[in-house]
Write a protein of this length. Structure first.
Lengths: 293, 223
């Protein structure tokens, strides 16, 4: 059991709860992302998704305008059009909600921070080095990811690692240290092993199995597992059939001390995280009376 | 002399933190117990009496048995552990000076009465806190399931508490009390000895069984 006092997490001065792992709800302003397939591309649908996520227990929303995998080109103006007005609207409607923007481009990151974003989710591992400068300028949070050097929006092809966990730990902690040197507030930095990005299913399973090596680095770890292909391949499950598998790996990584979970299925994820928090002793049972009357 | 007597139940639920989050039924009970215990203010000393593994006075600084019911992640300190009944009493009393008197839960009726009589002749103005709960077999969801005798027995005890009459507790047979999972037989029989022959004004603070165990909270004042 790995019960340790979780590190303080603060995004642009916004202190996050510490009694359980945080939930980052995925809200894609994209017509083609793998799980939602455009369900929240429209403004009204995306807004409803944020409202539902918050009601279900999300602590952070992660707004993205570009599908992670290959597909139709989304240039900077189009990504800005999809993301920035929506960030501004969410900031206005949900003053207490932490807002993350999933982008690798500094132009988008800058406008997002100006519109009120708290956290930059750099899913492509520093592909645009200027994104870190934006985080430093605004004091924003930052997610350090690992892609094995993959170019944005590409799939892994014959990726090989002598030790994938060591490779990930070295890269993400090295980037985190560099961000601190560049002036990004340390309390807002998360490291993300980035399951499946530049990695095959075996690599992602190994990262899950040895997740403790990430949490032992001392940096808060973001686990982005939800409905991903390694779950699908582990269970031979199509995208709609991966929720139980995703929740299982969520429990494993929560037990090993992950600080944040990026997820699609918020209510289910919250129940899993609350349950793990109660088992670990980090949180008290909601109502224990059986056998105690 | 006994200036007032209060009777309160002693489920583990009343120990701090045992319910995890707040449970409204437990908080209502706790509030009633705290209000009753306030009736003992003004006594020279509060003597708490509760069922225990043996008949003796426990040190007030003994460890709470909380971890026996709700183990946490902290290591347990070494030391003597209070019986549940006395730990709940200490919790309800807070900073009030208290003696913690355990009576063997199997102590014969006459010995319980004798213990009470000896308390009654002490010279100080004593506030007596009796830790006792009724049957835990009051329905199909009760901890001990349902026993048709439970409601009748608790009814007799409740009438006695409402009337301020210490006598009926002496008729409570140890074997039947054990059968019906009555947690307060010995302590109530101490009350019988301590309160003999007095006219009483009784006040009910609480009488309910939210979890299938009867929890009575009463104050007795000499009339």
């Amino acid at each position: 059991m790995r019960v340790r006092r979780p590190p303080e997490i603060r995004f642009r001065g916004r202190a996050m709860r510490r009694d359980r792992a945080l939930i980052m709800a995925i809200v894609n302003r994209t017509p083609d992302s793998f799980y939602d397939r455009g369900a929240t591309f429209g403004r009204d649908q995306a807004l409803a998704a944020v409202e539902r996520a918050v009601a279900d227990g999300a602590d952070i929303v992660d707004i993205g305008g570009v599908k992670a995998g290959p597909g139709a080109t989304v240039d900077v103006p189009e990504e800005i059009r999809r993301v920035i007005p929506f960030v501004a609207e969410i900031r206005d409607r949900f003053p207490d909600l932490a807002i993350s923007v999933d982008t690798w481009r500094h132009e988008v990151g800058r406008l997002a921070c100006e519109a009120g974003a708290d956290l930059l989710n750099d899913t492509w591992a520093g592909a645009d080095p200027k994104l870190a400068d934006v985080a430093a300028e605004f004091g924003a949070g930052y997610v350090c990811t690992h892609t094995g050097g993959a170019v944005p929006r590409t799939r892994p092809h014959r990726s090989a690692f002598a030790d994938v966990v060591a490779d990930v730990v070295d890269e993400v902690t090295g980037r985190a240290d560099a961000l601190v040197r560049a002036g990004v507030p340390a309390a807002g930095i998360l490291i993300d092993p980035t399951h499946d990005f530049g990695k095959n299913t075996w690599h992602s399973l190994e990262l899950t199995r040895r997740f403790a090596q990430l949490t032992e680095s001392g940096w808060p770890v973001l686990a982005s597992l939800s409905n991903k292909d390694f779950v699908g391949e582990a269970l031979d499950a199509a995208v709609p059939d991966r929720v139980a598998g995703s929740l299982a790996v969520t429990a494993v990584c929560a037990w090993e001390g992950a600080a944040v979970f990026r997820a699609h299925n918020i209510a289910e994820t919250r129940d899993v995280l609350d349950m793990v928090a109660v088992v670990s002793g980090r949180k008290a049972p909601a109502r224990a009376v059986r056998g105690l009357a | 002399m006994i200036v007032r007597a209060v009777t309160c139940p002693h489920p583990p639920l009343l120990l701090p933190g045992v319910t995890g989050g707040p449970v409204p039924e437990v908080e209502e009970l706790r509030t009633a117990c705290r209000a009753a215990v306030e009736d003992l203010a003004g006594a020279d000393v509060v003597v708490a009496v509760g069922g225990a593994p043996s008949t003796r006075v426990w040190p007030v600084e003994a460890l709470s048995p909380r971890h026996l019911f709700a183990p946490g992640t902290e290591p347990l300190p070494p030391g003597e552990v209070l019986p549940l009944s006395l730990a709940v009493a200490r919790e309800l009393l807070g900073a009030v000076p208290v003696e913690l008197h355990g009576v063997d839960a199997a102590l014969p009726v006459e010995d319980c009465r004798g213990y009470g009589r000896r308390l009654a002749v002490r010279p100080e103005r004593i506030g007596l806190l009796i830790m006792a709960d009724g049957s835990a077999r009051r329905g199909p969801k009760a901890p001990g399931y349902e026993d048709p005798r439970a409601l009748d027995l608790d009814g007799v005890l409740e009438d006695a508490l409402r009337a301020g009459d210490p006598e009926p507790f002496l008729k409570l047979e140890p074997e039947l009390a054990d059968d019906l999972l009555v947690g307060g037989r010995a302590a109530w029989q101490v009350l019988s000895g301590a309160w003999e022959g007095r006219a009483t004004r009784a006040k009910c603070h609480y009488s309910a069984d939210p979890f299938g165990v009867w929890y009575p909270v009463f104050t007795w004042t000499p009339a």
